[in-house]
Design a protein around this ligand. Structure first.
Ligand SMILES: [Cu+2]
Length: 351
């Protein structure tokens, strides 16, 4: 029996479902709907953490003439709190998990620059799953400390694709944070929604048990056994819940879109919104295809993405989880979208 399983941090996660049932929902409205993705989720992420604000993603593409888009990915080691008092020395692109969303349109040309600062002690590169070419670009971007390398490609088909560090130790580098998403929007763009959120799921292999205080050390053997102590969104245990950095807010009546990138490196997410349904879903981020309708749970494999939309007709919480539920109760995976506004007794009534 793993004693850490139900220790303090685990209780925090376990308490979420109770919270979700009991917390009174304020009927005040959330700031204006986003087209420009103002940071409205309402919580506060402490400065210096790797945890990316899920509302800070590029706006939907509004231009029609193809552009050249320059992207710089800079490797950065960041010691960040998984839980209060529990830290890990994460490896990141640009200091955040997931790495920045790259958002372009079919026909755009991308100049991808990978920079590895001189004080680094690792090599890094980037493999973008939308790139057809050796290593998805990793062959052209492998950089030693103090180096920068650039390559260019044209995005000729739409989709939401994963990208990640592609060096020999890529599994460790992904586990420790080096993954993100590139969205190539179709000509004509995606359907309009009121808000968008961007999350990255990954598992972290540590020598120390879940919740053990102090700095954690990476456990390569546990990685080979595919036995992580943490499965998280954005490099922290249950980051977007009231008890941590705050829920992701929306108004009743809105439609929201969630972009999930599953870094892995080994675990498939069974991505599910507890208390809601994906009204529209693009499995594998396959934006060129007709979306599926009214989907409950969909696998997002390591090195893959999922794009799903939800209607929010009643107030309450949609808890985003991996329905391999021990990852929620005991390994840290949860994030909540909170719809605030009036009840709709015709749709849902209760005592
Ligand atoms: Cu790397």
């Amino acid at each position: 029996m793993n004693n850490a399983r139900f220790s303090g941090a685990g209780k925090l996660v376990l308490a979420l479902s109770a919270l979700s049932l009991c917390a009174p929902l304020a009927a005040q409205s959330v700031p204006k709907p986003v087209v420009n993705h103002d940071p409205i989720y309402g919580g506060t992420i402490a400065p210096g953490l790797v945890v990316a604000d899920p509302t800070k993603l590029p706006s939907p593409i509004d231009y029609k003439t193809p552009r050249t888009v320059e992207v710089e990915l800079i490797s950065k080691v960041v010691t960040s709190e998984i839980l209060p008092g529990v830290t890990h020395k994460f490896m990141t692109f640009n200091g955040q998990i997931p790495a920045p969303m790259i958002r372009v349109r079919v026909g755009d040309t991308l100049k991808i620059k990978v920079t590895n600062p001189a004080d680094s002690d690792q090599t890094h590169s980037v493999d973008l799953h939308t790139v057809i070419g050796t290593g998805g670009g990793a062959a052209y971007t492998e950089v030693n400390p103090g180096e920068s390398k650039t390559f260019t490609f044209k995005a000729t088909y739409p989709g939401a694709f994963a990208y990640h560090c592609g060096v020999a130790a890529m599994d460790e580098h992904i586990s420790r944070g080096m993954f993100g998403m590139i969205v190539v929007e179709p000509e004509g763009g995606l359907p309009k929604v009121d808000r968008e959120f961007y999350l990255g799921e990954h598992e972290l292999y540590t020598k120390e048990a879940f919740g053990a205080k102090g700095e954690t050390t990476f456990d390569g053997r546990a990685m080979v056994r595919e036995d992580p102590n943490y499965v998280m969104f954005n490099g922290a245990v249950a980051p977007f819940v009231a008890a941590r950095f705050g829920t992701m807010k929306a108004n009743v009546g809105e439609t929201v879109r969630v972009f999930l990138v599953t870094g892995g490196p080994n675990k498939t997410s069974s991505f599910h919104p507890v208390g809601n349904v994906w009204s529209t879903a693009w499995p594998q981020g396959g934006l060129a295809n007709e979306p599926l309708k009214w989907i409950q749970t969909w696998p997002s494999n390591p090195g893959s993405t999922f794009v799903g939309e939800m209607n929010l007709p009643v107030p309450g919480l949609a808890t985003l989880v991996d329905h391999s539920l021990s990852r929620v109760t005991s390994k840290g995976l949860a994030a909540q979208i909170e719809a605030v506004g009036p009840e709709n007794r015709e749709l849902l009534d209760h005592d």
